[in-house]
Design a protein around this ligand. Structure first.
Ligand code: ATP
Ligand code: MG
Length: 589
């Protein structure tokens, strides 16, 4: 049934909503696709729902094509499975929890690993049942700290999530590749630019992990790529190439020096330059210093643990990279009151002397991988106004391990070929990863193998942000007039605008609408009698159906107009050829 503008449940707005900052959010609200109910929670209006359904249809087709089977879990879930996996606590404040009338705990599913695992455990018990791939397209709930940009980061959103179940690693590799291929087809059809980047497997364990990022300047994810070899990785997953150890024979013994009023790297470098000129003649730089940053980790059970990180002084600790490494713990600042509890830490002058589980502070100390044995540093002497010079890693100090938490910069060496990296931003649209046995172990999912022995099932996990895709496509497909949908996602194939006062125009508009529908097209017919042509054209441009057909004054001479929304090109066609011409325009000839 055609949608008629005279009765369609729609009000377009001329002004951007006050809370909308990014174009997709502004336009989806203005063009009447969605309405905000609460931060990060939206109503899908008829036009928006059509686009959402079209995205779902693409995802469903491609999932079905790789033999994945659709099912649907509830969103309202009991606590127990999440307790068993440890995630009732791990999820922290991100999960919506509630109680039923008997005071039993429930949650609104933020992701469904537990449910998938238990469902397979419930029904299957033999290797003969594997491999298996199952998926759902379902509403998820996450109490995001910063819901933003409309559908891009919602607190209620639609996700396609699927899981593969295999007996061995080789099977997992195959399932993973099938999904990867399906994702390439899905994102090609959705029509936005994307990159596939290496990603962190995160707290969930497992090994191989990749993200599909839609390239977007205002995206929340930063990724790096190597223009030379094609390496691409989410910044959180970048592994710094570890240099070879250096030979430090000949480096003088470490010596502590007075460096008054040098609590920052800049003040320290200036002081070194003035008071301790280097023997090799070059200037001191921030990269010669070792900066020790202490943060407070908050574990899911609420315990707090200080963590010290040593990075070259020319680099900051990157919050996101650090966060990804310490997950599921969260990171908080190390405050004055914390310093008071650890008196051996001299604020501004913290050095390896006080750090490490074996040292006076008992604080775990992790180093940037660049701080290899034999490297020489200037660093804090654990006393206000003092630094140590000629401190050699491995000779004079050790740490409890390494951590990938330093910022990644443009020009840093590519881990794969050594060329300079470039950074760019994107929006995470999909995520595939080899989950391994984490959930199968936690929830005891085992099957009998061909020798009658119990084996833990190996899982893969694969997600697509379905509602996020609607925003993402809008973000990449608009101009100053409004949205411009790719054909496969548009809420209609044709936006037919009847203009003027002439009854014949509206009668013919109705006739053409029916004729196009008979050919299988979906038509949005602007049959409003009161609205001016200007208003109608503006609405058509805002709504963004890719083909606009105008029936107006020319009809008396047997002509109508067919317009391409994207290029703005328009051409007149004879009424006698109208159906054929429109079909050709929409690519259905
Ligand atoms: P992000 O890093 O953006 O928070 P995530 O890594 O937590 O996402 P996953 O658990 O991997 O997300 O979920 C799979 C997909 O669901 C993501 O790739 C993304 O497209 C989508 N998604 C995740 N969170 C949201 C959200 N709050 N709103 C809309 N879509 C989301
Ligand atoms: Mg993810």
């Amino acid at each position: 049934m055609a949608m008629r503008m005279s009765s369609l449940f729609l009000r377009t707005l001329r002004e951007n909503p006050a809370d909308a900052e990014v174009p997709s959010h502004q336009l989806l609200v203005r063009a009447g696709y969605i309405r905000r109910v609460s931060p990060g929670i939206y109503t899908w209006l008829p036009l928006g729902l059509r686009v959402l359904r079209r995205v779902e249809a693409i995802v469903r087709e491609e999932m079905d094509a790789i033999g994945s089977q659709e099912l649907l879990f509830p969103a309202l879930l009991p606590r127990e499975p999440y307790e068993a996996s440890g995630r009732w606590d791990e999820y922290g404040e991100n999960v919506f929890r509630l109680k039923d009338r008997k005071d039993a705990d429930y949650l609104l599913g933020p992701t469904h690993e537990e449910m998938f695992t238990l469902a397979v455990k419930d029904l299957y018990s033999s290797y003969k049942d594997l491999p298996l791939s199952i998926y759902q397209i379902q509403t998820k709930y996450r109490d995001e700290a910063r819901p933003r940009a409309g559908l891009l980061r919602g607190r209620e959103f639609v996700m396609k999530d699927s899981y593969s179940f295999d007996l061995d690693e080789a099977g997992l590799d195959k399932s993973y590749q099938l999904h990867r291929d399906a994702y390439v087809r899905i994102f090609d059809r959705l029509g936005f630019h994307y990159v596939i980047v290496q990603a962190m497997a995160g707290a969930m364990g497992g090994s191989k992990s990749e993200e599909f990022l839609a390239t977007a300047e205002n995206g929340e994810d930063t990724y790096v790529r190597c223009p030379h070899c094609g390496y691409a990785a989410n910044v959180e997953a970048v592994q710094v190439p570890v240099p070879d150890p250096l030979d430090a024979t000949g480096v003088p013994a470490a010596h502590a020096e007075d460096t008054p009023d040098t609590p920052t790297i800049d003040t320290l470098v200036a002081h070194l330059e003035a008071a301790f000129p280097r023997a090799d003649g070059r200037s001191w730089t921030a990269a010669d210093t070792l900066k020790n940053v202490v943060v407070m980790l908050v574990h899911p059970d609420g315990t707090r643990e200080p963590l010290a990180i040593g990075v070259p002084g020319d680099r900051e600790v990157d919050e996101k990279r650090l966060g990804a490494q310490v997950e599921p713990a969260s990171v908080e600042a190390f405050e004055e009151k914390d310093f008071a509890r650890y008196p051996t830490l001299a604020k501004g002058y913290i050095g390896p002397g006080a750090l490490g589980l074996e040292q006076s502070s008992g604080i775990r100390y992790l180093l940037d991988p660049r701080v290899v044995d034999g490297t020489v540093w200037v660093t804090g002497a654990d006393e206000s106004g003092k630094h140590v010079l000629d401190l050699v890693a491995g000779r004079d100090f050790t740490a409890d391990g390494t951590i990938e938490a330093a910022e990644v910069r443009d020009g840093d060496a590519c881990p794969s070929c050594g060329h300079g990296l470039e950074s760019a931003r994107g929006i995470e649209m999909g995520h595939i990863f080899q989950l391994g046995t984490k959930y199968a172990e936690a929830l005891d999912l085992k099957v009998l193998d061909e020798h009658g022995k119990l084996r833990t099932v190996i899982m893969g996990s694969y997600g697509v942000g379905v509602s996020r895709a609607v925003a993402c496509v809008a973000e990449g497909n608009h101009d100053e007039l409004g949205l411009v949908w790719p054909r496969e996602l548009a809420p209609a194939d044709v936006h037919l605008v009847a203009t003027g006062k002439d009854d014949e125009v509206f009668r013919y508009g109705e006739e053409l609408t029916r004729a196009l529908e008979a050919e299988g097209l979906e038509v949005l017919f602007d049959d409003r009698r009161q609205a001016s042509p200007g208003v109608k054209f503006k609405d058509a441009e805002l709504i963004g159906v890719p083909t606009i057909v105008v029936v107006g004054r020319g009809l008396a001479e047997g002509r109508i107009e067919v317009k391409d929304r994207r290029s703005g090109e328009r051409r007149e066609v004879a009424v006698a050829d109208a159906v054929r011409e429109v079909l050709a325009e929409v690519g259905r000839a």
